[in-house]
Write a protein of this length. Structure first.
Length: 319
């Protein structure tokens, strides 16, 4: 090969090298690395997407959340629940009552009142209630005039008792009694237990509501206590005259006596269907009855245990 051809080939190769380098620089001028592309466009630098951090709650601070505990977190203290009864007790010191004795006593004896629980209390007989009873269940002021003996008990020896009970329709209602001070606590406790056990008492009203007429009270099945009167057909004072006896559901638990001829007499007369104590019927007091159990537990004796006469409604206690 001659010298001239060799020179031309070398020049041609040199030219090719120069041109190739120029083209490489030209193309590289507008290119970028994958990392540069990711930086400029906010994308990932790899084909595999990276996990995106979970957004924070709008009101969360920058403090990392603690790892969850294996035991549940204590619940916050609940707010005080509203009174289902409308907190009437806070609005009124003395509940409104429709009972005569409760109205007349009012709050005048509140400083001497003994309350077992709401609705069950006893207290002295107020002047207003004394005036109401005088001439009805309590002898009038002139009872001791002339040859008549003065009353054997004074108002100071009596107490007004307020209770609650379940009536024959199954409704809770109020009741009231006047009794001897020595059994006031007993009666309050007994009637509280009867109420808790939903024992039915049709009515518990002062005998004065019946003008002191014991028969009228019994016929209306009224449970009552104090009444300054004598035992039927005698001149002997009844235990009721001292406030030491109580008659419970008397229509269903009558007073039964017998004449010398053996004839049965039932008082009240309308209670005749309930004189046969071998029969089973509601409101019957016997030795299996809760009323009997509570009164005898408190030291009362029951008229149903008497010989000769049977007073199934009657419980009394010695002073």
């Amino acid at each position: 090969m001659d010298r001239e051809k060799i020179v031309k080939m070398v020049v041609a190769l040199a030219a090719i090298v120069v041109i190739a380098g120029s083209l490489s620089r030209l193309f590289s001028r507008n290119s970028m690395s994958l990392s540069e592309y990711a930086h400029n466009n906010g994308g990932s630098a790899t084909a595999t997407p990276q996990p995106t951090p979970a957004p924070k709650d709008a009101d969360a601070d920058s403090t990392p959340s603690p790892e969850p505990s294996s035991s549940p977190s204590p619940s916050p203290e609940p707010e005080s629940a509203p009174d289902p009864e409308g907190s009437a007790g806070e609005q009124e010191d003395v509940p409104v009552s429709s009972l005569t004795g409760a109205i007349l006593n009012g709050s005048s004896q509140a400083d001497q009142r003994f309350t077992l629980e709401e609705g069950f209390y006893y207290e002295p007989v107020s002047d207003n209630l004394r005036r109401y009873m005088t001439g009805i269940s309590y002898p009038a002021g002139d009872a001791g005039a002339g040859d008549a003996a003065p009353p054997e008990i004074d108002f100071d020896d009596l107490r007004y008792v307020h209770i609650r009970h379940i009536d024959f329709d199954g409704n809770p209602t109020e009741g009231e009694l006047v009794c001897n001070a020595s059994i006031a606590a007993d009666l309050t406790e007994i009637f509280r237990e009867l109420y808790r056990n939903e024992y039915r008492l049709e009515k518990v009203l002062l005998i004065d509501e019946y003008d002191g007429d014991d028969t009228a009270s019994m016929e209306d099945n009224n449970t009552s206590c104090f009444n300054y009167r004598t035992v039927d057909d005698t001149d002997r004072l009844s235990k009721h005259a001292y406030g030491l006896a109580i008659d419970v559901n008397p229509l269903y638990n009558p007073y039964v006596t017998y004449t010398e001829e053996g004839t049965e007499q039932v008082s009240p007369a309308s209670a005749l269907p309930y004189a046969d104590r071998d029969l089973s019927f509601p409101h019957k007091i016997d030795e299996d009855d809760l009323c009997y159990e509570l009164f005898t537990r408190h030291g009362f004796t029951w008229g149903g245990d008497w010989n000769g006469v049977k007073d199934y409604q009657h419980f009394q206690k010695a002073p």
